[in-house]
Design a protein around this ligand. Structure first.
Ligand code: DGY
Length: 334
């Protein structure tokens, strides 16, 4: 069903995405789509939402009670991303706004990247490339840029949702022993399929050669990986983060990397994105990437397509009217 032009609801698309996919909103809605990538100020977000019935937003767009206070018509926000810590879910749901996200479509791409980042950190790939490009390679040297093995090593996965399980399955191909820690232990059949053993948080960090973080970020998981956790890790270990920067106390991580108490890290996410702690920028034993774990072309397109479907459905149109595929569950009280 398409709607009469005068009565069409309005939607705001906060960032430039893929025009050929965003066009699918047009039979239903009047679309106000951003043309430039922007870190919108809260006042700009509030202004854009004022007349909107729905919004398609990304992790660049923090939205809470203040941003929706003057948006009486707003009924749905479709986040283009599986993580939604940019949104104050409790405040939005209290206002009756349906929030959706984009799980599943990015699982395998993100797991690929997590594995690649861990390998890059362990085998010092970006450090070696910089060294070569800087003209420092004067001849093959037996002991130069020695790294840590992946095959046969112990992998620790913190957060064993879909992406964590994807990483565990990849690890089997490398003959790794896989440990995991999660809020809830997985059913035995899933543990078998992932060839992963449940351990407590302390053991995960103490026993793993490579730790990968794939858990959601929230007030409860803020700086979960702090100086005490890092002190538990083997000095030869690596730490990879493809979840959210706020999970790690970056100052403590920089201390551990600089002091040789941790061999290397791979970071795709940062607490104050796009700002990166200057101490991390200065260290050679950390691989830094700009939040691109889900960034294959096919997956980013699939994320936008799913968010578009979710928004159409959440606003009561299309074949799934009223039943968006990925509503974010009700916020739990703190
Ligand atoms: C997500 O989906 O949460 C990623 O961090 C952005 O793709």
């Amino acid at each position: 069903m398409s709607t009469n032009i005068e009565s069409r609801p309005r939607v705001w698309v906060s960032q430039p995405l893929f025009d050929d996919i965003i066009t699918r909103l047009e039979p239903y809605f009047e679309v106000d789509a951003a043309r430039e990538v922007a870190d919108h100020a809260p006042s700009r977000i509030a202004e854009a939402l004022r007349e909107a019935d729905g919004a398609l937003v990304t992790l660049n767009d923090p939205i809470g009670a203040a941003e929706v206070a003057q948006a009486p018509r707003l009924r749905a926000i479709a986040n283009v991303g599986v993580g939604y810590n940019n949104l104050d879910i409790a405040a939005l749901q209290a206002r009756g706004i349906v929030v959706t996200n984009t799980p599943d479509v990015l699982t395998e791409t993100t797991a690929d990247f997590g594995f690649a980042l861990m390998m890059a950190a362990a085998r010092r790939i970006t450090e070696a490339e910089r060294w070569l490009r800087d003209g420092q390679w004067q001849g093959w040297a037996f002991k130069s840029l020695l790294g840590a093995d992946i095959h046969g090593a112990t992998l620790g996965i913190l957060g064993m949702g879909r992406i964590g399980q994807g990483i565990a399955k990849r690890a089997a191909g490398f003959g790794m022993r896989v440990l995991y820690h999660n809020r809830h232990r997985l059913p035995e059949a899933v543990e078998r399929e992932c060839r992963a053993s449940y351990v407590d948080y302390e053991k995960l960090f103490a026993q793993s050669d490579h730790v990968v973080l794939v858990l959601p970020y929230s007030a409860q998981s803020h700086h979960l990986v702090d100086a005490a956790t890092l002190a538990r890790m083997k000095p030869t270990a690596t730490l990879t983060n493809i979840a959210r920067g706020g999970l790690i106390d970056e100052a403590a991580l920089a201390d551990a990397l600089a002091g040789g108490r941790l061999a290397a890290a791979g970071l795709d996410v940062f607490e104050g994105e796009p700002r990166v702690d200057p101490r991390l920028l200065a260290l050679s034993n950390v691989v830094l990437t700009p939040h691109i774990a889900s960034g294959s072309l096919a997956t980013r397109r699939a994320m936008v397509a799913l968010a578009v479907d979710n928004l159409i459905a959440a606003l009561g149109f299309g074949p799934e009217a009223g039943k968006p595929r990925n509503p974010v569950p009700a916020a739990k009280p703190l």
